[in-house]
Design a protein around this ligand. Structure first.
Ligand code: 0A1
Ligand code: ZN
Length: 896
């Protein structure tokens, strides 16, 4: 058993440093195994803080020299401590020069300076800069940087860093150099360097104040024809931030670089965003509509960070949601606006709802699960062992919901004036979430003290609704109560402020005008109730008939809504709710009820029968031509299996899989006529273009194939085969293949081989190939080998690599998270395989290992026989010698 105790960092321990760094002069002489980094720091004493030494963090490098004001520092001035150095400085200013050696070629963590396909790249968020040089590597230390890079000209013709290029030229021995200067002070986590053989697509643009800026997208030579969409997305983002928030690009040059080996999605380094290649590269024959959409939103997200994150940054890492929640909210609004614009006035509301549905699906699947497990934390955590473990769905997605609630409560104008105030007070500073909310309060005059509980309390609130119809008085009495379940370290909670958007629907399906008792006039058909107490009641008056309530419209708060609605009521709202989000949600609730009750029937050895009323409700939605295709595709899709598994207690993946298969088959066979007609009607003609309208039609057609194949409809199988063979774009090609593979057909198996021979040299397309086959369902588990066998053998495939995060996420992540029916084998063999992989990955890349480790953190929700198997594997991982803090925190908390 390991004995080292993990170190926990607490939010309350924050203290400003006695020394900060005004300017940094960096010289980086690149070499695969011995890169020499010379840095000169202009250190300035912080007059507001008690005197103390300069604190420099440093890891995984060799300290060659340290000078103070030009003289080699005597050893008495330097104290070595775990993770860095303390240096005694005199006076109020000092120049500290440090030389380190680092070995980028053996840096498999992809944090700090590392190599990918012969080039050099950096990743410094959160604490990667300390792996390049000794530095006060905290976001509250903001400095001006001047950087000189030298490298072999042939291996690395392109040398990039943040800001403006101020000099470049040739050196001896086939080397060259470039010098960059960033005019804006920044924290070290935003530093970046790229030195590689790259080419770029570039555009010049005039910003709103008339300045000319240069935009570049840098990629490997063969990928230049896949950069246009990223560039278009960047231009749209730039324009949107000008129009929506009055925020302009502040640099002369803005660069995006694609890299194949990257732990996360992308990184907002000042003026030099580094992206996982999968969020840059797109061509119709290699990327799907969903990829195009993701690229647009990730490009936007990183670009928006230039203001929300870079110009105003976080004081410490506990404040991460300050930049992430706000920037996710901004990218969600941007995407919704782009979809609405493409849909035109008539389709705008539905287009926005489709985006909202996508975002809420992610939140409910990942964040609600996180909130219900051992890693539950408030959007502003109180403590952590490894900050890299806190780039979570809670900090990002729930953080964005918290910002959205502020937007709802303060109104668009109020919110915007709060943002303006935030920049006017804090531009150029490193601040806290309180500073942000204080600006919102000051700008609008609203007391947001109770609202701050969203920042300090973990867990998903449960809102319970009860309605009473007083027929004689024409009054509907709505009672809402809230309960916040206990989470680790937080046994008791106070009631939060929850905005609940409400509508009431009459028997003809029309929204009723709403007036509260005591109000003199009607206030519209959707009203936002502010639930701030444990229980509150509202009385709606003047109602001509009993209403059907539509609650939490647009998902106005990140809560679980509990309401007793019978099947007819859900079907009624599926057909009539004027709020498209709730219309979709009614269908999801209905489907959840059907699937989970079938799973229970299976556990009791009963026959599985899918209610005809449910199929009829889906049929009506599918046939409703007033609904656009993208919405219909959402509304007729079953809730994800991973989501349903979390809703099932105890979770039993095997019976859930049986139930899912039964519902898929019934929906395919029972609605075959409408699926075939829809498939025919939704055909998209002409050359591929990424357009949300077309994308919606393709999504609905692919969904039709998925159901038809699952239902064993032979015409569906043959249509899928034809579409796969003749598709002119990846969305259609992959959609057809997925339909065939997911249902475990022979055609799917053959298709995988064809697909492989077509795309074997394309790494990003191969990721799709790996992911799809490990997510497949077995048609007949008693006859076929478990998917686990295939996963294990694919580890040895030529196109697979354990050192490439995208490959690991595609093969292992997709299997562990996306195929519960096959991963959770009753004999526990899936878990032993999981533990082996986590231990293996941890030796090379703790961040990736930790993400894989998290796939079993909610093990206590599972049926007891599975829990025993999982616990023993968690213990095996926990007792591994030399485990990283990343994985140790995850398994430690899981077992606690
Ligand atoms: N700030 C980035 C996410 C990010 C975080 C950490 C990374 O490496 C450990 C990389 C990227 C974003 O929000 O996009
Ligand atoms: Zn971000």
């Amino acid at each position: 058993m390991r004995t080292d105790t993990p170190v926990t960092i607490h939010r309350g321990d924050y203290a400003p440093l006695p020394w900060t760094v005004e300017a940094v002069e960096l010289r980086i002489e690149l070499d695969p195994t011995a890169t020499r980094v010379s840095s000169t720091l202009t250190c300035v004493r912080n007059p507001n803080v008690e005197a103390g030494p300069l604190r420099l963090f440093g890891e995984s490098m060799e300290l060659v020299e340290l000078r103070i004001d030009g003289l080699v520092a005597s050893t008495t001035r330097i104290t070595h401590e775990h993770g860095g150095l303390l240096v005694q400085l005199d006076g109020d200013r000092a120049e500290v020069s440090i030389v380190t050696h680092v070995d980028p070629s053996s840096n498999t963590t992809l944090s700090g300076l590392y190599m990918s396909r012969g080039g050099y790249f950096t990743q410094c968020e959160a604490e990667g800069f300390r792996r390049i040089t000794y530095f006060p590597d905290r976001p509250d230390v903001m400095s001006r940087y001047r950087v000189t890079i030298t490298a072999d000209r042939e291996a690395c013709p392109v040398l990039l860093s943040n800001g403006n290029l101020i000099d470049s030229g040739e050196l001896d021995d086939g080397r060259h150099f470039a010098q960059w200067e960033d005019p804006f002070p920044k924290p070290s986590y935003l530093f970046a360097l790229v030195a590689a053989k790259l080419v770029c697509l570039e555009r010049k643009l005039e910003t709103m104040s008339g300045r000319e800026v240069l935009l570049q997208v840098w990629v490997e030579e063969g990928n230049l024809d896949r950069t246009e969409h990223a560039m278009d997305s960047l231009i749209r983002s730039l324009r949107w931030d000008e129009q929506a928030f009055g925020l302009e690009l502040d640099l002369d040059r803005f660069m995006i670089v694609a890299v194949s080996d990257f732990n996360m999605g992308a990184m907002e380094n000042k003026g030099l965003n580094i992206f996982n290649a999968k969020f840059v590269l797109a061509r119709p024959d290699t990327a799907t509509d969903v990829d195009y959409e993701r690229i647009e939103s990730v490009v936007a997200h990183e670009y928006f960070h230039n203001w929300t994150g870079n110009r105003v940054t976080c004081r410490d890492w506990f404040q991460l949601t300050l930049k992430e929640g706000l920037t996710v909210f901004r990218d969600q609004q941007f995407s919704a606006d782009m979809l609405a614009e493409a849909a035109g006035e008539e389709g705008a509301a539905s287009a926005r709802a489709v985006k909202r549905i996508d975002d809420v699906k992610v939140l409910r699947t990942s964040q609600f699960a996180e909130d219900a497990g051992p890693m539950a934390h408030p959007i502003r955590p109180e403590s952590y062992q490894e900050i890299n473990n806190f780039y979570t769905a809670t900090v990002y997605e729930k953080g964005a919901e918290v910002i959205r609630m502020l937007h709802t409560l303060l109104g668009h104008e109020g919110f915007r004036s709060g943002i303006d105030l935030y920049f006017s007070y804090h531009d150029g500073q490193a601040v806290t979430c309180d500073d942000f909310v204080d600006c919102m309060a000051e700008a609008t005059g609203r007391d947001l003290e109770q609202f701050m509980l969203w920042y300090s309390q973990a867990g998903t609130p449960i809102v319970r609704a009860n309605g009473k119809w007083l027929a004689g008085d024409g009054i509907y009495v709505l009672t809402l109560s809230q309960h916040l379940p206990p989470t680790p370290g937080q046994p008791e909670k106070a009631p939060q402020l929850i905005p609940v958007a409400v509508g009431l629907i009459d028997p003809d399906g029309m929204d009723m005008p709403l007036r509260f008792e005591g109000e003199s006039h009607v206030g519209g058909t959707t009203r936002v109730l502010e639930l701030g107490e444990t229980e509150q009641t509202w009385r709606f008056v003047d109602l001509p008939s009993a209403p059907v309530p539509s609650l939490l419209r647009g998902f106005s708060a990140p809560v679980r809504l509990e309401l007793d609605e019978d099947d007819e009521c859900l079907a009624f709202r599926m057909a009539n709710d004027s709020d498209p989000f709730n219309r979709w949600d009614a269908g999801q609730r209905y489907a959840e009820r059907v699937v989970l009750s079938l799973a229970e029937s299976h556990e009791h050895g009963k026959l599985l029968e899918v209610p005809a009323a449910f199929l009829n409700a889906v049929r009506s939605t599918l046939c409703d031509d007033s609904l656009d295709a993208a919405f219909r595709a959402q509304a007729c899709a079953l809730p994800g299996e991973t989501y349903l598994l979390e809703r099932m207690r105890p979770a039993d993946p095997t019976s859930l899989r049986v139930a899912m298969q039964a519902v898929f088959a019934a929906m395919g066979a029972g609605l075959a006529d409408v699926w075939l007609r829809t498939y025919h009607d939704m055909e998209v003609n002409g050359a591929y273009r990424y357009h949300p309208g077309d994308a919606g039609r393709r999504a609905l057609r692919n969904l039709a194939l998925r159901y038809l194949v699952a239902g064993g409809v032979s015409e569906g199988v043959s249509r899928a085969g034809t579409q796969f063979e003749y598709a002119s774009n990846m969305t259609e090609c992959f959609g057809a293949l997925a339909a065939l593979v997911m249902s475990g057909t022979n055609e799917g198996r053959d298709g995988l081989e064809v697909f492989y021979s077509r795309y074997r040299d394309d790494a990003l397309v191969m990721d799709k190939w790996f992911a799809l086959q490990v997510m497949a369902w077995r048609r007949d588990p008693s006859e076929e080998a478990p998917v686990l066998d295939r996963v294990a053998s694919l580890l040895g495939h030529d196109a697979f690599s354990m050192s490439n995060p995208n490959k690991v996420y595609a093969l292992l992540g997709s299997f562990f998270r996306g195929n519960p029916g096959e991963f959770h084998l009753p004999d526990g063999s899936g878990y032993a395989f999981w533990a082996d992989r986590v231990i293996e990955l941890d030796r090379a890349n703790p961040q990736v290992a930790s993400r894989m480790a998290r796939t079993l953190e909610n093990w206590r929700h599972f049926a007891p026989h599975l829990q025993d198997e999982i616990r023993s594997q968690l213990e095996r991982v926990a007792s591994t010698d030399g485990l990283s803090p990343d994985v140790s925190e995850i398994v430690g908390k899981a077992l606690a």
